[in-house]
Ligand binder design. Structure first.
Ligand code: NAD
Ligand code: UD1
Length: 335
């Protein structure tokens, strides 16, 4: 059974991936510094999986501790989720983002190299396409970032590409996520923002629950059919499964490097999402239209041919599933 280190495995996407790894016969070991997550998620994961899980509370930048863990566990591969992801915070505290994301990843890669563990799946983002490319975004389009968070993702992508150029014994998959939403169908784990949510779907859920008063729709004057901005939402369980596929494909090869989009390829507007959430859960979401949010672009959508061909993966969950699962999680997490 292949042993896989999941950095950031207590977080939103990492925790869902731990479940899918177990379902696919891998042995995940979790490492997280709990900066943006709670230990409670580990217990919830153990409940869902019906077994004890191995967890290390380590910060990526603590090289000695990471090395000790590698010496003890002998990993076959790493799925690297650990990182900070708030765009606004990254604009205010760029050094925090470069230190945590870039420096942290360098330390991890050093330990991997020293322990001859040379297989990694990295959490990248559609944000690396910047604001100049036409939709749908394809992996070979030029990159261009608009904020420090995005720059950390692009820097890590480029670092990994350079490492592969220097040593083709690496197996590296850069997964570029579009907009992950939804929750595990058990309702036991989901997205749990520390503060007021910045992203659309967690915000909608909190308006529906009465915790927040109303949604602000950031702009209805985009050049889109209803004037609100279009995104490509991907269910977090589908996204988790893409990691398992990527791992399986990469581990079969002696040498591997790919950048792969993970989205649904469907574009939904903000208004589409509000209406879908209302319909799926038979409730009302109050909203007002406000000016555009700085830095937002009219439309983001993935071309997912590469994921279909190389990973033999495609999304299975519908928009209705996303909306129902978010609401189940929001309702359960409040009880
Ligand atoms: P998350 O914050 O829920 O999970 C990240 C986890 O990493 C957290 O549990 C956090 O405590 C941990 N972590 C952060 N810094 C660490 C460090 N230095 N050492 C050890 N642990 C650390 O975020 P998520 O939504 O699950 O995102 C996972 C990854 O996917 C991130 O790298 C993020 O940038 C990337 N990503 C996320 C999205 C999204 O919309 N959620 C989109 C594109 C890319
Ligand atoms: C944002 C980040 C992106 C990151 C992604 C992770 C910015 C500018 N971009 O993408 O880098 O990779 O999250 O998921 O922060 N919206 C509202 N009202 C709200 C919240 C959002 O109308 O209260 C709209 C936004 O304008 C956007 C859409 O909903 O059109 C989706 O927003 P969001 O969930 O924040 O994701 P992105 O902006 O696509």
């Amino acid at each position: 059974m292949k042993k896989v280190l999941v950095t950031g495995g207590i977080g939103y996407i990492g925790s869902h991936t731990v479940i899918e790894l177990i379902n696919a016969g891998f042995h995940p070991v979790i490492m997280d510094n709990l900066y943006n997550s709670k230990i409670d998620v580990l217990f919830r994961l153990e409940k869902i999986c019906g077994k004890k899980l191995t967890f290390y509370e380590i910060d990526l930048r603590e090289k000695e501790k990471t090395n000790e863990m590698f010496l003890k566990e002998h990993f076959d591969a790493v799925i690297h989720f650990a990182g900070l992801k708030a765009v606004g915070e990254s604009v205010e505290k760029p050094l925090l983002y470069f230190d945590n994301n870039v420096h942290g990843t360098i330390k991890l890669l050093e330990v991997m190299e020293e322990n001859q563990c040379k297989s990694i799946i990295f959490s990248s983002s559609a944000t690396v396409y910047g604001d100049l490319n036409p939709v749908p975004f394809q992996e070979d389009m030029p990159t261009g970032v608009t904020n420090p968070y995005g720059r950390t993702k692009l820097m890590i992508e480029e670092m990994l590409e350079d490492m592969y150029a220097a040593d083709e014994n690496w197996r590296i998959v850069l997964l570029r996520y579009f907009n992950p939403v939804g929750a595990h169908e058990s309702g036991f784990i989901g997205e749990d923002p520390r503060d007021i949510p910045q992203n659309l779907m967690p915000y909608i859920a909190k308006v529906a629950s009465g915790e927040l008063k109303e949604l602000s729709i950031f702009g209805d004057d985009y050049n889109t059919p209803d004037g609100t901005a279009i995104r490509d939402y991907i269910h977090v369980v589908d996204l988790a499964k893409a990691h398992v596929k990527a791992l399986g494909v990469a581990l079969k090869e002696e040498s591997f490097f790919e950048k792969i989009n993970v989205g649904s390829s469907n574009g939904y507007s903000v208004m589409d999402m509000v209406k879908a959430f209302e319909k799926a859960n038979d409730l009302t979401v109050d909203y007002q239209i406000t000016p555009r949010r700085a830095g937002d672009i009219p439309e983001m959508r993935a071309d997912i041919e590469k994921a279909k061909v190389i990973l033999k993966w495609q999304p299975e969950k519908s928009l209705e599933d996303m909306c129902k699962d978010i609401w189940r999680w929001e309702s359960r997490s409040r009880t």
